[in-house]
Write a protein that binds this ligand. Structure first.
Ligand code: XMP
Length: 513
């Protein structure tokens, strides 16, 4: 693709993805590559700028990550962050000292003063808070460098060699706690590297569509559409690129949320692709009869999913390309741009083994989740699908505690739809990261009108989280919970009690099963 490129060279820092996202937020395309990448490969990429990430090591240790001196001879601007800055100093003949040699280790919020004459800090406030996290510190600068920021403890909070366009900070400009961090990165990218900011989703879509057409030629492609954000956006992109050469198979296991199967169909059935919806609800429910153990439910659904997909794929025969919705965090996590790595934890895992195809296409491989959403919007994908919250592959099966019946599925779909509607009405649908209803297998006594009831308890769950590994329960206002509770008990049969889950993860998980 013809656009400006910035390389983020990863030295093992915990914020490598965050740096890349910040660069992209500045509308500049970047790639994260390993510090082990051969210099010829880096040169061939012709980057406008290079950013060294932080890292857990000390530069002077024997096995710490280092690059050859050639990286400093490319004539490309470099910005080193934390370990990256220390590596730059070390690599160019300065010295870096251990923390225990002096008292200059710094962690957390730190007040700093900046030299706004430097391009890196041009137009910024002279004093602000930064996020430090370093044990080691720069002791002696290499030739041609000068200090451009200091804190009480640290004389070299940031350094520059303007002639060579080398910059470094001991702090992390990429984290939100660094008040002017985003602007600093912007200064580096625009003022030092001379970037123009040509990374837009319109352009991405245009180029991706052209490239997909070139690659696929007159061949056939197959995509497993789950209705999730990634597979939906991939489908839309492919639909625009190759239309009827694409077949997408949407296995509706009957355990989607209310109307969701129809929404997916409406979004794709008339988009020019061959759209196959397999209504396999009865088949899945049949397999699940009498099963109440969560892991067994998952296993049965996973296997059945593959069986159904396989049967449909066989009807199509040999295809040339299998489309997968792999996104950039998967690529980074599974081995830094290694082209051979294919997403292993796919919702419908194992598909490639069962389908006869020549090659894989991963059209979202370079995008972060928010960029995938932006691309979906650019392509005109239904907002409901663009902003769909994560939904587990086994669907409502793991939100019905105990055994599953068609009646229970309907009860849960209706109750969950009311909850979602009220959350959206309250404008909370984008701030709560995941929210849903769970049908427990507990019944209790209630009174409605003049009669006694003995019905199910429904649990509501709402969580705030950035990575779904840990989560906090959402503080949904009581008046909204009250409205939801009244509506569900009145509108959905067989529910007479509603509880709200106030556990975080850990110790609980987000799903109940
Ligand atoms: P837990 O319950 O483990 O969930 O805290 C973390 C995230 O993963 C989703 N989840 C699943 N997704 N298949 C999936 O595709 C599954 O079996 C599954 N179980 C949980 C869950 O919805 C949450 O976003």
């Amino acid at each position: 693709m013809e656009h400006e490129l910035v390389l983020v060279i990863d030295f093992g820092g915990q914020y490598n993805q965050l740096i890349a996202r910040r660069v992209r937020e500045h509308k500049i395309y970047c790639e994260v590559i390993s510090y082990k990448t051969p210099i010829e490969e880096i040169r061939a990429k012709n980057p406008k700028g290079i950013i060294f990430t932080g890292g857990p090591n000390s530069v002077y240790l024997e096995d710490s990550p280092r690059m050859g001196a050639e990286i400093f001879e490319l004539g490309v601007p470099i910005f080193g962050i934390c370990y990256g800055a220390q590596f730059m100093v070390y690599g160019l003949g300065g010295t870096v000292e251990k923390a225990n040699d002096s008292a200059v280790a710094e962690f957390g919020r730190t007040d700093c003063e900046f030299d706004t004459e430097s391009l890196l800090f041009g137009g910024l406030k002279e004093k602000s808070v930064v996020w430090m996290s370093h044990n080691d510190h720069i002791e002696k600068l290499p030739e041609g460098f000068r200090a451009i920021c200091h804190s009480d403890k640290c004389p070299y909070g940031a350094i520059e060699n303007p002639e060579k366009k080398f910059y470094g900070t001991q702090f992390h400009p990429e984290v939100n706690h660094t008040e002017q961090g985003f602007e600093m990165l912007g200064n580096f990218l625009y003022k030092v590297c001379g970037c123009k900011g040509d990374w837009t989703m319109e352009k991405y879509a245009e180029t991706a569509i052209r490239e997909i057409r070139e690659k696929v030629g007159s061949g056939k492609a197959l995509l497993a559409l789950s209705g999730g954000v990634d597979s939906s956006v991939a489908c839309k992109l492919l639909a625009n690129a190759i239309g009827s050469q694409l077949t997408c198979i949407f296995v509706d296991h009957g355990l989607m949320r209310k109307n969701e199967g129809d929404e997916v169909e409406a979004a794709f059935a008339n988009s020019g692709v061959n759209f196959v919806r397999v209504n396999a609800g009865e088949r899945f429910l049949g397999k699940l009869t009498g099963i109440d153990e969560p892991e067994s439910k998952r296993k049965i659904i996973g296997e059945e999913f593959i069986r159904v997909f396989e049967e449909e794929a066989k009807k199509i025969g040999k295809v040339d390309f299998l489309v997968q919705g792999t996104i950039y965090p998967d690529v980074i996590e599974s081995g830094l741009g290694d082209a051979a790595v294919i997403k292993s934890h796919h919702n419908v895992g194992g598909l490639p083994d069962y389908v006869d195809f020549k090659e894989i296409i991963e059209p979202l491989r370079l995008l972060f989740k928010d960029e995938v959403r932006a691309l979906g919007t650019t392509l005109g994908l239904d907002e409901k699908l663009v902003w769909r919250q994560p939904f587990p592959g086994p669907g409502l099966a793991i939100r019905i505690i105990g055994d599953i019946t068609p009646e229970k599925v309907t009860i849960l779909q209706d109750a969950d739809a009311i909850f979602r509607e009220e959350i959206a009405n309250a404008g909370l649908d984008r701030s709560i990261n995941q929210y849903f209803a769970v049908l427990t297998n507990m019944r209790s006594v209630g009174v409605m009108g003049d009669g006694r009831t003995y019905d199910y308890t429904l649990a509501l769950r709402g969580v705030t989280t950035s990575d779904f590994m840990t989560a906090d329960f959402s503080r949904i206002p009581y008046d909204i919970l009250e409205k939801v509770s009244i509506r569900i008990v009145n509108e959905v049969k067989n529910i007479n009690r509603i509880v709200y889950d106030i556990t975080s993860k850990p110790p609980a998980t987000i799903e109940w099963e």
